[in-house]
Design a protein around this ligand. Structure first.
Ligand code: BES
Ligand code: MN
Ligand code: MN
Length: 454
């Protein structure tokens, strides 16, 4: 049977299989979900066997297992490595979900569930494209290696060690990843740049223990006031980060690239609608697109301390905390930036408090040329699958594995994302457009089938 006909004839089966995958609450950050993580890894391994992979391994790590598979039965043809993650973010706050996070539900052409777009739905696209190729033609037309991890949402902490110790097993001509988004509905996109990510936790301690704010207030350092004051100084009035040296190594995109970015079919009005805030802001001198894709940032991800329960409690807390992160761009060095941020923050704190600064993770940015013919093949496959022209974009998010692989092998990385920016990844009511899901299966299957001709 023709490949596209085969895919079309299986669409209901594909959707119900995806729902089964999404029902597993594979939340990587919570210990109590360890058995679910295990189940999700097993589920992926089973589907890879269905797709004709004879060698499928579930490899334990210090945290969550990796699923690795190999089908090397196309001598002389290219070898690809497909990467994705089966772990998801926690679903909280639960009360903001229209239908429960782990009970996949279709509404208005979208599939709602945690992991639908990030990244189980997109992993599923590849599983089904591979199965369709195998089942409609009898064998895979190219050599395929697959690595699906369970720690992406917690920073891929144990992945690096595996990668450096298993270079031969992972070696491929191209890396293929679907864990990003399209520029807009009807605009299939290939991503050629991601920002890097550093993550920190800060703990400021004033008094040795919580104090009665009437008995002591006015004469002791309040760690919340002090931390908030320091945080408020991390940006200037033009929204530039005040950390000395922060912008020193930043590469400004070429005039040609800036022009190409400005010419993309991207509407600031749509972006504004997705954000839903009364107004936008950002670093002076750059468009919103450039701010997200090409400029580094410093963000507050959380701040807490003292009493936050019901009613009132008069207390001067002993401690205040913040979670802070940087998005990084070429050629910033994550370790160097982490030191600069720590030094600057400490310099903004008075001697009346102690500060503990922990670097939770660091990660490099990635930008690569898309001149290799494989990108034209990918772009054509997207055009065939979506009946729309594909574009090349950068994105602001981070995928540690992509820059790790690029650093080691310098191979072309083809990031074909099938999400949309307003599909609520990491938020309540995460969803995936079914049109893009099915378009994704068609495009990926065509891409792999065309790759055999390269
Ligand atoms: N799929 C995202 C990364 C992403 C999102 C890339 C949007 C491009 C556009 C991934 O699962 C993710 O959420 N990554 C984290 C970093 C990770 C180290 C926790 C991120 O970008 O915050
Ligand atoms: Mn992801
Ligand atoms: Mn994510």
């Amino acid at each position: 049977m023709d490949l596209l006909e085969y895919i079309e004839s299986r669409s209901e089966e594909h959707l119900s299989d995806l729902k089964e995958f999404l029902r597993i609450p594979s939340i990587s950050t919570k210990r109590e979900h360890k058995p679910d993580i295990q189940r999700a890894a097993q589920w992926v391994a089973d589907r890879l066997r269905d797709a004709g992979f004879s060698k499928v391994d579930i490899i334990p790590t210090k945290l969550h297992p990796l699923v690795l598979a190999e089908s090397l039965e196309a001598p002389g043809k290219p070898t690809i490595l497909i990467y994705g993650h089966y772990d998801v973010q926690p679903p909280e706050p639960l009360n903001l979900w229209t239908s429960p996070a782990f009970e996949p539900t279709v509404r208005g052409g979208d599939l709602y569930a945690r992991g639908s777009v990030d990244d189980k739905g997109q992993v599923h696209i590849h599983l089904k494209a591979l199965a369709a190729l195998k089942k409609s033609t009898g064998k895979l037309p190219i050599n395929v290696k697959v690595i699906i991890e369970g720690e992406e949402e917690v920073g891929s902490v144990n992945l690096w060690e595996f990668v450096v110790n298993n270079k031969d097993r992972l070696k491929a001509d191209f890396l293929v990843v679907s864990d990003t988004a399209m520029l807009a509905p009807g605009v299939p996109s290939i991503t050629y740049g991601l920002r890097g990510l550093n993550y920190y936790q800060v703990e400021v301690t004033g008094p040795a223990q919580d104090l009665h704010s009437g008995v002591f207030g006015g004469a002791v350092p309040n760690p919340i006031t002090i931390l908030a004051g320091a945080i408020a100084k991390l940006h200037d009035k033009n929204f530039r980060v005040t950390v000395p040296g922060f912008y020193k190594d930043v590469v400004i995109p070429s005039a040609k690239e800036r022009k190409a970015i400005r010419a993309l079919p991207w509407k600031e009005s749509e972006f504004r609608k997705t954000v839903g805030a009364p107004g936008l802001c950002g670093e002076k001198g750059f468009t919103a697109g450039e701010r997200i894709w090409c400029r580094p940032t410093l963000e507050l991800n959380g701040i807490w301390g003292g009493y936050t329960g019901e009613g009132s409690k008069t207390v001067i807390p002993s401690k205040a905390f913040a979670k802070i992160s940087n998005r990084l761009v070429l050629n910033q060095n994550p370790e160097k930036i982490a030191k600069q941020v720590e030094r600057h923050l400490r310099s903004l704190l008075p001697k009346t408090v102690h500060c503990r600064f922990d670097v939770l993770s660091t990660g490099k940015p990635w930008v690569a040329p898309y001149t290799h013919p494989v990108f034209q093949l990918a772009s054509r496959a997207l055009e065939q699958g979506f009946k729309k022209k594909a574009v090349f974009i950068r994105e602001g998010g981070s995928i540690p594995f992509v820059n790790q692989m690029y650093d080691i092998f310098k191979i072309p990385c083809v990031l074909m994302g099938f999400g949309l920016p307003d599909e609520n990844a990491h938020a309540p009511d995460e969803h995936l457009s079914l049109e893009n899901y099915f378009g994704g299966i068609r495009s990926v299957a065509l891409f792999y089938s065309n790759l055999a001709q390269l």
